[in-house]
Design a protein around this ligand. Structure first.
Ligand code: CIR
Length: 275
């Protein structure tokens, strides 16, 4: 059950986002991107009691990717120092939105705890009382240490190194959680290595649903019986329907996020979910 979700509107400047995709070959259709983001927010509003929608900031083309700006565990939120310098000033209005969530008792700023720390929320995956933090080009060891300190009484922080020197943007580009027992991961070698490290370091034998594509490995679970998945990846969708709906009775909604994918975005990155 998710009580609060924070999301942020998509700016007109979205095409100037940070991305590894060659936009000269495949330009972002801003009208379509807006439509896709609106559809996403609509699904959030249908399944989450309180949705806080922050206005877009034209000076920050990536501002709709709110997941990267903070990490929430129980009654504590850490406002991150993002790993890409062009995104670091996105945090202000999102931190204000966190203040509207009554269950949050403590909000701390990563930068105040360690100036050298950087971390993107896309590298963090909370499964039960384990918070997996992937080191990446965006997230450094100091960032992981700040989370360890901030959440010392509420969860166990497990640092994952498998993607540290890989071109993968974030941990959640390859693995996401359905619930406390089940993960979805990409079946490519990087995805398998990641799962191996997660299982080995936690000692937990999660049930893992492997899909062949990386984009649909990023699913958005909005509670125990409803999951949003990516449209347009037929083989991955077939596996998710079989494993989640047919075997586990979970309702699925497939969304087309083609224009956000061009910005290296996925499903989890457009919201911060607070139980
Ligand atoms: C970036 O490169 O920072 C953005 N264009 C995409 C961020 C996606 N965030 C996420 O998956 N958590």
């Amino acid at each position: 059950m998710i009580s609060y979700a924070i999301c942020r509107d998509l700016p007109q400047s979205f095409s100037n986002c940070v991305t590894a995709v060659d936009l000269s070959q495949s330009a972002i259709d801003i009208t379509l991107a807006r439509q896709q983001h609106d559809d996403y927010v609509k699904v959030l509003k249908e399944h989450v009691e309180n949705v806080i929608q922050v206005s877009a900031d034209e000076d920050h083309p990536d501002c709709c990717f709110v997941e990267d700006t903070c990490v929430v565990v129980k009654d504590t939120a850490v406002v991150n120092q993002l790993g890409h310098v062009s995104r670091q000033k996105e945090i202000g209005p999102n931190a204000e939105a966190l203040k509207q969530v009554p269950t949050l008792k403590t909000i701390v700023y990563m930068k105040d705890m360690d100036e050298e720390a950087t971390l993107d929320g896309g590298d963090c995956m909370l499964v039960g009382d384990h918070l997996y933090v992937g080191l990446s080009a965006r997230t450094n060891e100091q960032g992981a240490k700040v989370l360890e300190k901030a959440f010392s009484s509420s969860c166990k922080v497990v640092t994952i190194t498998a993607l540290k020197d890989s071109p993968t943007l974030h941990l959640k580009c390859l693995v996401t959680q359905v619930n406390e027992d089940t993960l979805v991961a990409c079946s490519n070698p990087a995805g398998k290595e990641l799962i191996q490290e997660i299982k080995q370091k936690s000692g937990i034998d999660y049930s893992v649903i492997f899909v062949p594509d990386s984009v649909p490995a990023n699913i958005l679970a909005l509670g125990s019986d409803f999951v949003v998945i990516q449209k347009n990846f037929p083989e991955s969708e077939r596996i998710l329907v079989e494993e989640l709906t047919e075997k586990r009775g979970i309702q699925l909604k497939a969304l087309d996020m083609s224009e956000l994918i061009k910005a290296d975005g996925a499903l989890t990155c457009c919201s911060v979910l607070i139980p």
